[in-house]
Structure formats: C-alpha cells, structure tokens
Design a protein around this ligand. Sequence first.
Ligand code: FES
Length: 505
Amino acid sequence: MPKLTIHSAGKESDVNVPEGTLLIDAVRSNGFEIYAPCGGKGKCGKCKVYVRDEGHVTSCLYTIDKNVEVVLPEPAEAKILSAQYEYSRVLPLSPGRSSRLSDSPFGVAIDIGTTTLAFYFIRLTTGSLLETRTVLNPQAKYGADVISRINYCITVPEGLNTLQSELIDSINMQLAHFTESPDIKQNDIVKISICGNTTMLHILLGKNPQPLAFVPFTPVFTEEKILRASELNLHCNPRGEVKVLPSLSAYIGADIVAGIASLAPVPAHKNYLFIDVGTNGEIALVTEDRIWCCATAAGPAFEGANIEHGIGALQGAINFFHGPGDLNIIGDTRPIGICGSGLIDVVAYMLRAGNLGTDGYIEENFVVVASGISATGADIYISPKDIREIQLAKSAIATGINILLMRAGLTANDIDALYLAGGFGNYIRKESAEAIGLIPSGLSQKVVPVGNTSGTGAILAIRSVHFDRVTEEIRSRMISFDLSEDENFALQFAINMEFPERSGI
Ligand code: FES
C-alpha cells in the first residue's frame, strides 16, 4: 500500500492507504480536515493542497497510486484573537456550581461557526485563558453554507445524525488534545459553553433545522439550553454542564446575541452598528432603547467561496493588495489564491485604476498575480463573474445597513461606531471596504475591529453566570425582521449593486 505522509501544524504523520484512495478521503480519515465547499465534487477548486514534488493539487480529484507527501495549509484564524478583548465586557469571575465537580476545574468555550470551530480552554479557578484552537467545521464537506447543511438534513436519510456526529466527534477530538496534558484529567472539564448560529445549534442538539429554511422561519428553539455533558456524549466530566447560549430567531443566532452582549462600547458610542461578515452577514443597529437586526444573504464570497481564485485566510492567500507587485501573502510562500480582505483590496484598486466601471463592467479578467509568480503555475485573476458575486455580496450588506438606518430613523452621520466582528473584520482594509461601497461613505473612520465576538461571548458565559443577565437584557431589546419583506429592499439592493465613483490611483 502506498505511504501517505501528512504535514500539518509543524507535525508529521505517516499512514498507509489503499491504492486508488482519493487524497481528500485519506487525509480526512486520519483526523485532518480540508476545506471543501462544493462537497468534494471537483467544482470549486478550493480543496487544493500542496503535494511535495508535484505542486498544488485538487485533493478531491487526486487519487493516491504511489507514496505521497502532503502539506496541509495552516488556518490563519487562530492569529486573529490577540487584540479582541479591548472592547469586551468585564464581569466578576463566577463560573457556577459545576465548577465544584473537580478540585482543579476547567471549562471550554466553543464557537461553532459554519466554516470554523473555535475552542477556548479556561482554568475556572482563575478565569485565565490557557489555550485557543481553531479547526475547520467538519460539516463543510457537506456544503459551505447553512442552507446546504439544512438541505443535507432534509434530503439524506440520517443526514441530521451524520452532521451532529461530525460535530460531536470534532469537539471530542479537541477535548482529547486538551486532556493530553498530564495535569488535566477528562473529569476536570466540568463546564462547556457553546455559541453559534441557529442552524449550527439545532444540528448540535439533533433538532430538525428544516423549519429554519422555510417561511415563516420558526426555530425549534431559541432559548438557552442547559444539558449534562453525558447527554451529548461529550468526553469530559459526564455531570459537567453544557450551556447552549440563546438565539433570537432563525437568522439571528446566539453568535450575534452573545456577540453584542460581549461588547463594552465606549460610553460616547450611543448609536452603533455591529456587523459580523461571516458566511452570512448579520447586522445590528444598537440604539439606546432598541437593537434593530437583520441577516443578509451576503453568501460566502468574502470567505473565498464562489470566487474563481478565492480561498479562505490560509497560508498562500493574498490578504492585501495595493497594486501590481504591492501585495501581501499569508505565510512565507508563493500565492495560491485571494482571501476576502485581498479581494476587497483588488476591487478597490480596479475602481481606482479605471479597470472596473461603477456598473461592474470589466473588459477582461484582471490578473492579480501572473502564472510565473503564483504557486499554482497559473494566473490568479478576477473574472467578470467574480465581480458579479462581489457586487451581490456587498450590496446585500450595504442594503442591510441602509434599511436598518431607515427603520431606526437615523442616517450614517448619526452612527458613532461600526464594530466589525469575525476574522474578516480584523484583516479588512476599511478604506477599501468604503471604496467598493461595502460600508456607507464616511463610516470607514469609525470602524472598530472586535475579533470573534461570538467566541468572546462563549468565554464570558464560561467565566461568569452574570453573563446570562446581560444576554437576556440585550435579547429583550432586539427586534429582528426579514429584509426581503421591507418595501425599500428591491430598490436599495439595485442601487447598492453599483460601485461608488472613484478616480485616480
Ligand atoms: S473542488 Fe474539491 S472540494 Fe470543491
């Protein structure tokens, strides 16, 4: 049998695999994950990995017929978290009763994102954060967004069970890593808090997510759930508490509720926007008495999906572009594609340089990096279809912001700050975002990147029972509505498809 050597996160493992096995399957069956938004159908080109002596290959199309050495890309998300606590709420340490289940109790806060799972390991006696880990959501192989996951649950027998088990297995794998340390026993993990969007939380608890995809979009549950760890078969203290944080609606999940609750805005910020640009774009406009919220169908374009040379924030991604030859690549490597922040920079440049009309017209593909420089040996470019995807995504967000402002009777001038959550918020160049019309004119100076607020909310829920009160107060002020039912939606969406006028480089 051929030998497969897998290099990942500085470690190396060797396994023998039957001849003819697909590379993606061989890698996954050995506990590693590869981002595969089209579900391994060979259509999206996003599952590329580096094979020694051969270069980048599409792992879902590559069959192993000899010894192979593969180097998996490093997710860059883990690096986004260092500066995120500046605007976070501070609560007294009070982890609750389950901390009495061990003399040396630990808690784990988990943020279940559609693309990425983030884990935060916390010592409950001090509240200190010991370790942070991010891994790809193993469900990504069944589809990039929540709709395709719901669809999988509806159309595939046992689909919900499959997705639930994938999630639980992935969580257990991280719990096992954490308890590899000789002074941490499985029974010492006595509290787990879980945040995520409404679909992810339904799947986690084995609840049918089908109603989330159809009018009137009624979730099976939105309230906080408290379970014993044994009920979910989590490999920690079986009597440990698992707290699933409350959501608001089908599309305003616990990630948004806890995200807003986790913030401690500066007192001068009376009216502020909170935007989480992830696989969907959720937006909230926080005023003194109400919080107006909506979810936009921004799609995963800013995470690199549906863009010909788009990739996530991985090693080899162009994450900054100021002009030909003036760019930055994540990691010390040749570029393999463009991630969300790079994409916005490239489009902003194209507008400045006159390569792109305000109506989105481009004459030909815009080459960002030529074949001689790229790691794939092919041009990395932006196509007219990519521009269309970006127009749709940016219009969805800009329209959401405009309609929230209209509902609240405010204008962009009344906004004191724009808190931008998610990994994307940390990398995005605000000037580029304003230049392409993703955020309203004049707001780029008010952007405050706040990192993974959903993760911060889960951490606060582990550290302090007082976070429940804060979350409930925030939740009681939130009003969620369906954007597409707003009478201004169609017109606003059409207007926001245009790019703003720019001139000069
Ligand atoms: S091309 Fe391999 S997962 Fe899409």
